[in-house]
Ligand binder design. Sequence first.
Ligand code: NAD
Length: 492
Amino acid sequence: MLEFDTTLLPKLGSRIGENVHTDSESSFEVKSPIAEGALGQLPICSKEEVDKAVVVANRVFDEGTWSRMHPRDRRARLLNLAALMEKNAERMAQIETIDSGRPLREARNVDVAQSIVRLRWYAELIDKIYGEIAPSSVDRLGLISREPIGVVGAITPWNFPLMMAITKVAPALAAGNSVILKPPELSPLNALVLADLALEAGIPEGVFQVVTGNGRVTGEAMVRHPDIHAIAFTGSTEVGAHIMGVAASNGMKKVSLEAGGKSPHIVLNPECASDQMVEQIVWGIAYHQGQVCDAGASLILVGDGHDELLQKIQARFQSLTIGNPYNLEINLSSMIDANHMNGVHAAVEAAAQRGVNVACGGNPKDVGEVGAFYQPTLLTDVPQDDAIFTEEVFGPILVSTNVKSVDEAINLVNAQRYGLAGAVWSNDMAQAFQVANRLRIGTVAINTYELGDIGTPFGGTRESGLGRDRSAHALDNYTELKTTWAALDTTW
Ligand code: NAD
């Protein structure tokens, strides 16, 4: 089995202006979920160091080398970056695995491959966006154009470090902004590789910078900085809500928030329980050990007779293999760290103590390797007001509950604090569409748990966030609409 080669690591430091910055007053250890010890140290950028990056970002924005470059040329350089990522794909995949515990198979086929797809998508989009001409009298011209906002601060989570970064950085750069990325402290490495490759691709110095650090010091300094004009955040609901408040009172900067979720499957008929459906429900929560914002985390079973479905899910959970992510055959790997896994386990234990039925799993798993491995867990007959049913756990925990009617299922979903995604399973397509239509959530899947790709918007309602990532709609997070009026007569 492959072992991580530390010569693949990028130089450990923030990328501020022309410097690799390594000597902040405080630093944090770069740890791997699947290796003993630390891979190195990264600076916790202070308020002053964030300010240095902001000064550079605004200078290059005002100079216009990127912000006013012909979109066709920005496209070319972003495509260069995609080609360089392709050239470095194996290195980036191995870094993603050591940094976040992603199975190497998925790091290669999903994280790196999809990041390249997403980057190319925005590169190809940006020179095909047109402005508008407003209806007006013949002697007036009203132009509506999309302009970059200025300096965008991107703050990202640890679960899919490269994909989450690219999903924000690609449209923000394509639109002509200067971007400062703060990667997560638990998996910061590929952000540094990305910054190095961006320079090599011809993206001018200072246009894309990376400040490393934690949320309390570095992230907070970004959100409070008066000369950062937009914050694009993906992470927890609690931090997202905090950022919204701070941004409101610090320049009323534009925020887009992709936050937490507790996405349900509504199962309308017991006879839906095909093997294909079971597979989708199982992978919808087990994938990446449930550390996925739109994991299908609850089952809402309408009517009676769903025992067969639950038994099939349980059997499939128990058949999934868990182990070292460098083993290309394993299904599931380590969680991000023991601390997070212990939190997930504590939530399950507390639910069990309240009387919730643990049908399978419910414990860490010793696989004889370094890591935090947890058994896929099914909890059944869960009361709808129990915390394990209503709150995001961010682990491989599927909770199921029974309701009497379709209306009860819909009301349950619409009353949740989260509204990121969900699925409807029904043999009756018309009924499935009617239910989908009444769900107030960002993405609904019907008879599948595939939730779209880069071409469709993704984001939530209620406490799952604000704004949409992916698709051309994401440009709304990174551009301002400007109206320009001109007189076409000589009366002035
Ligand atoms: P988190 O909220 O703890 O951290 C996210 C990022 O915010 C990190 O970079 C962190 O350093 C930073 N941060 C923390 N406090 C901050 C502050 N006060 N000011 C500025 N920045 C701050 O989230 P996490 O634990 O890294 O990720 C897991 C969460 O992310 C889950 O809730 C998950 O649902 C969510 N998530 C959502 C999506 C989505 O698209 N909706 C995608 C992936 C993850």
